[in-house]
Ligand binder design. Structure first.
Ligand SMILES: *Cc1c(COP(=O)(O)O)cnc(C)c1O
Length: 393
């Protein structure tokens, strides 16, 4: 396709030439487990890596390849690998970067199952971790240990939307040669491109904004050619958390509208945040696009728009928080995010129920906290639903 085009064009065209596929406008779905060889000798050459060509879909598939090339281009990375879930992507990356006795330095809040994975890695393989607030260079430097082999960041942090200054952390990490991994699920490459800020790996739960339609569970990792090649042949191929060709095909379809969808998600979120903030039953709001948000300036610097996710605390008890969810009619009670439908959930008893109470409260996840994934409905309808549910408290 020659030189890279603008983001809105690349989401539609990158990595695919219809004329090489009998003119099929849409990338074909290669729903096959294996690939036939024209001869035994060619089979030998493919296994030896001396000849291009597919072997078996756990080692590569042409539909998956389109998705991977496109995601690498969108994140401004060299190579992407697709996985069967966001957690398969997270675990393949963390197992690739660590061995027994190593240490992972994490942002103060991380996805619930990533937290669970870290606990498992600690218990079974003595791989330690710390969760810290990456406040400034000194704090990061002081938290890095001799055995730290990976810095793992979510920004915005789920669900409190705290941000981590990616450029600052990667600057310090470079001094020590420690790779920085960013879970970019909440932003998608349209809002934030960590590799351009000096980070080394980007992970997505493609289940969320990348797919965008609530019908796929999948993951992506993007990084440099050499490391991704090693990961492809080890923690992807041998642990085996591959994506199905059909799910890759659905993601290729979802990606085409990513910028258009996100423009609307972000616009809706901004309008709803303004309303929420003024409601007497809303005690606290976490939204990077709110001018009073402590990291408003960082959000402007690091992200194209402040995103489509809002968290807020209601003035009430845990039971009242649950009653509020039950009062929502248009907005669905569900975990996940980035779908057309607005989704609402209660982190303390849902996404972060696995986190022990002490750590949970330290992360700012109180019993009153609600997380809203703002959908693509008319913003007035979303707001009217929230308003009537709040008014009933
Ligand atoms: C959903 C999510 C994951 C896990 O992804 P799955 O696709 O559900 O396995 C990881 N990180 C973040 C921030 C998420 O929101």
């Amino acid at each position: 396709m020659g030189k890279q085009k603008r983001f809105e064009t690349e989401v539609i065209h990158n990595g695919y030439d219809s004329l090489q596929h009998q003119g099929s406008l849409v990338p074909p779905l290669f729903q096959t487990s294996t690939f036939t060889f024209p001869s035994a000798e060619e089979g030998e050459r493919r296994f030896a890596g001396e000849s291009e060509g597919y072997i078996y879909s756990r080692l590569g598939n042409p539909t998956v390849k389109v998705l991977e090339e496109r995601m690498a281009a969108l994140e401004k990375g060299e190579v992407a690998l697709a996985f069967g879930s966001g957690m398969a992507a997270v675990s393949a990356t963390l197992f690739y970067l660590t061995k027994t006795g190593d240490h992972i330095l994490c942002s103060e809040g991380i996805y619930g199952c990533t937290f669970g994975l870290l606990q498992l890695m600690n218990k079974k393989h003595q791989i330690q971790h710390d969760l810290i607030h990456f406040a400034d260079e000194e704090t990061v430097r002081a938290a890095i240990r001799d055995n730290t082999t990976c810095i793992y960041i979510e920004t915005p942090i789920n669900p409190t939307m705290k941000l981590v200054d990616l450029e600052m952390v990667s600057r310090v990490a470079k001094e020590k040669g420690i790779p920085v991994v960013v879970d970019n699920t909440f932003c998608s490459p349209y809002l934030q491109q960590p590799l351009t800020l000096g980070c080394d790996y980007v992970i997505h739960s493609a289940t969320k904004y990348i797919g965008g339609h609530g019908d796929v569970i999948a993951g992506i990792v993007v990084g440099r050619r050499e490391e991704m090649g090693e990961m492809a042949m080890t923690t992807l191929k041998d642990i085996g958390g591959i994506i199905s060709p059909f799910d890759a095909w659905l993601l290729i379809r979802g990606l085409k509208t990513l910028p258009v969808r996100l423009d609307r998600h972000c616009e809706n979120a901004k309008k709803i945040a303004v309303q929420l903030k003024q409601h007497p039953k809303v005690k606290m709001m976490y939204f990077p696009g709110d001018p009073d948000f402590p990291q408003y300036e960082l959000a402007k610097r690091q992200m194209r728009y402040p995103g489509g996710m809002i968290s807020f605390e209601i003035d009430g008890t845990k039971e009242e928080a649950q009653a509020f969810l039950n009062h929502c009619q248009l907005i669905k009670i569900a975990v996940s995010l980035g779908d057309s439908e607005s989704l609402i959930q209660h982190p303390a008893t849902m996404t972060h129920a696995v986190v022990p109470e002490k750590e949970r409260l330290a992360m700012g996840i109180t019993d009153q906290l609600i997380r809203l994934s703002v959908g693509l409905e008319a913003w007035e309808d979303i707001w009217e639903d929230l308003q009537q549910a709040l008014d009933r408290l």
